[in-house]
Design a protein around this ligand. Sequence first.
Ligand code: ZN
Length: 105
Amino acid sequence: MSTRRKGGPRTKHVAQRTCVGCREVLPKRTLMRVVRSPQGLQLDPTGKAPGRGAYLHDRRSCWERALAGALAPALRTELTADDRERMRAILASFPVEESDTARGT
Ligand SMILES: [Zn+2]
């Protein structure tokens, strides 16, 4: 599947990734990467760690959604209690969003 586009004179290919929380597709570097390592799930700040990775916004809602659903299948693994705890600790470091408190729809 090629997504190469003709058009702009200087369209450089930008790697696109899908946030496993909200399914938004964005340039890779705007998302955080979580990687499945032998030690369990870990945040990969460099984006270069080996292993299967998943991408997420640095938003609580995305992490919560991902933890509840798409993260484990995206990583082809099951989340251990330890993994969840670690992911929750990361999530807790993000600022609280307004939409978190005004969740209605
Ligand atoms: Zn997201």
